[in-house]
Write a protein that binds this ligand. Structure first.
Ligand code: PYC
Length: 425
């Protein structure tokens, strides 16, 4: 919970009273009237945009905010990810950042008064080669130095933790060890979106769905002037501050103010099986086999893979993905060969050259970015919201996001995080 409390609209007593009187449930967020001026406009109604709005209100008392999304809340990466959270990154900057996110995820059900079903089940990143094992040792040491529970374990311990994995030595890619990160796990991604949306709405933040940004209005020189407003399909909004919290279209939105981002956009496909009895207690990741898998509380296996090799906005599923996924995951868990895939989907990932995000102010006054999340966006949602809110409210870039400023690409201060990607890209 932030420093400023919203009105107690969702107390336990209130819910009980409603239930007993069989009253219909209140809308989770309002359908607000479209105003022509706001203190802050946030583009993107996913976890990042909603969390930024929530923390601006909760921690800084700024509530005259519009969040606009061209589709529905959570329709982008927030609803298309594989719901994995962890903080076992490779760089000290990344570890500190994602660890704060994990802390916020841990207390989220209490803070937002909504069960977001955080399941701290442990996270295994398998190593099948000497060089992968070396990277796991490197990550474990960086993690431990920052107090993160993370260590390299051997195949016998892997088998003890996750009996369905084939740790025998006669496979094509024998498992040589794993980075084990007990605090990692999964969380219900839709609930995170709803929790932040409901929380922001309770503070008076206006949430606009089906509201597409057509242009960002500025005065002064393009690429270095100042923001004056936003043009949407519902009309113009005047505002001195715009925060770009989009994924997929981050570079399109930034190009509206001539801010060039070093981003290429690739789809990432994922798939889910029919539900079966629970048998997979941990999250399992294999970089060499390009796959990660976890089991939901409903019993489905959720799989993800590498981003597709071509830069495109096409989110169609491919048979190539399904075939590769099945063959790779069966090398790890031959016992699941009879399970049926139910469906597959894709999300868009904005990849940067160093696999770290781009956050903070830009050369255009009043235009902020929280973009370039690649395959890490969902796990970073809470900390990004908290820190972007502090950045916008105070005008100072907080130390947790300072390393991720856009200027690093011209200053040569890259934060190389590829070694902590779930899978090879
Ligand atoms: O980095 O843990 C990860 C991840 C999981 C799914 C996509 N990225």
């Amino acid at each position: 919970m932030g420093k400023n409390k919203p009105p107690a609209k969702y107390s336990a007593a209130g819910l009980l009273w409603r239930g007993l009187r069989k009253q219909s449930w209140p809308r989770v967020w309002r359908e607000p009237e479209f105003k022509n001026s706001y203190d802050v406009v946030i583009i993107g109604g996913g976890v990042h945009g909603l969390a930024t709005a929530y923390y601006l209100a909760a921690n800084h008392g700024i509530t005259d905010i519009a969040v606009v999304d061209r589709a529905y809340l959570g329709s982008g990466g927030s609803g298309r990810n594989t719901a994995i959270v962890r903080s076992n990154y490779l760089t000290p900057e990344g570890v500190a950042f994602y660890d704060r996110s994990l802390d916020l995820y841990k207390s989220m059900s209490n803070d937002l008064n909504l069960n977001v079903m955080f399941s701290e089940r442990g996270h295994l990143t398998l190593a099948h080669t000497d060089s992968a094992l070396r990277t796991m040792h490197w990550r474990a040491e960086v993690n431990k130095l920052q107090g993160i529970d993370s260590s390299v374990i051997d195949p016998a311990e892997i088998k003890r933790l996750t009996p369905s994995l084939d740790v025998s030595t006669n496979t094509r890619y024998p498992i040589m060890g794993a980075l084990y990160h007990p605090p990692g796990g999964t969380i219900r991604h839709d609930a995170v979106v709803w929790g932040y949306a409901r929380g922001a709405d309770a503070y008076g933040v206006d949430l606009f769905q089906q509201t597409e940004v057509l242009d960002i209005l500025t005065e002064g020189d393009h690429g270095s002037g100042r923001v004056t407003g936003v043009r949407t399909n519902k009309g113009d909004i005047s505002t001195p501050i715009v925060v770009n919290c989009t994924a997929g279209w981050a570079s399109t939105i930034s190009a509206m103010v001539d801010v060039q981002l070093p981003i290429t956009t690739h789809p990432l496909q994922a798939a889910v099986t029919e539900p079966v009895k629970t048998f997979l207690p941990t999250v399992v990741v294999s970089g060499s086999l390009h796959v990660y898998v976890s089991q939901t509380d409903r019993g489905e296996l959720v799989f993800g893979a590498s981003v597709d090799p071509v830069a495109t906005y096409n989110m169609g599923g491919t048979l190539e993905f399904t075939e590769e996924l099945a063959s790779h995951v069966l090398e790890l868990m031959p016992g699941i060969s009879k399970m049926r895939l139910l469906r597959q989907w894709a999300g868009l990932c904005d990849m940067t050259p160093d696999y770290s995000p781009v956050m903070g102010p830009t050369p255009v006054a009043g235009f902020y970015v929280d973009v370039g999340w690649g395959t890490y966006g969902f796990k970073a949602g809470p900390v990004s919201g908290e820190q972007m809110a502090a950045c916008v409210a105070t005008g100072e870039t907080p130390h947790l996001i300072k390393p991720f400023e856009l200027s690093r690409f011209t200053e040569g201060n890259l934060v190389g995080e590829k070694g902590a990607a779930a899978v090879g890209h």
